[in-house]
Design a protein. Structure first.
Length: 84
């Protein structure tokens, strides 16, 4: 986890934000890790509660983690699902 947070901070230093795309070509593992963290944090995907430990969420909040991706799936199903 600490290694991935280090990579995330390096991304922030380079890009000025933490909007790591799911398919980040420069560091695919970072993109996949960030997507997984966002999924674990989403109550809609985890029975109504976040699956992230509170201390890990606070650690990410403290460094300015972006919980929402810059880009979302634009399929009709997902667009309708988010409105629901």
């Amino acid at each position: 986890v600490e290694e991935m947070i280090g990579r995330l901070l390096a991304y922030k230093a380079s890009k000025g934000d933490m909007l790591v795309p799911k398919k980040y070509e420069i560091d695919p593992l970072l993109g996949a890790w960030v997507a997984m963290v966002r999924r674990q944090a989403d109550p809609l995907l985890n029975g109504g509660v976040s699956a992230l430990p509170a201390d890990f969420r606070k650690q990410l909040d403290d460094i300015g983690f972006s919980w929402e991706p810059a880009r979302r799936c634009g399929s009709n199903f997902m667009t309708g699902f988010r409105i629901w």
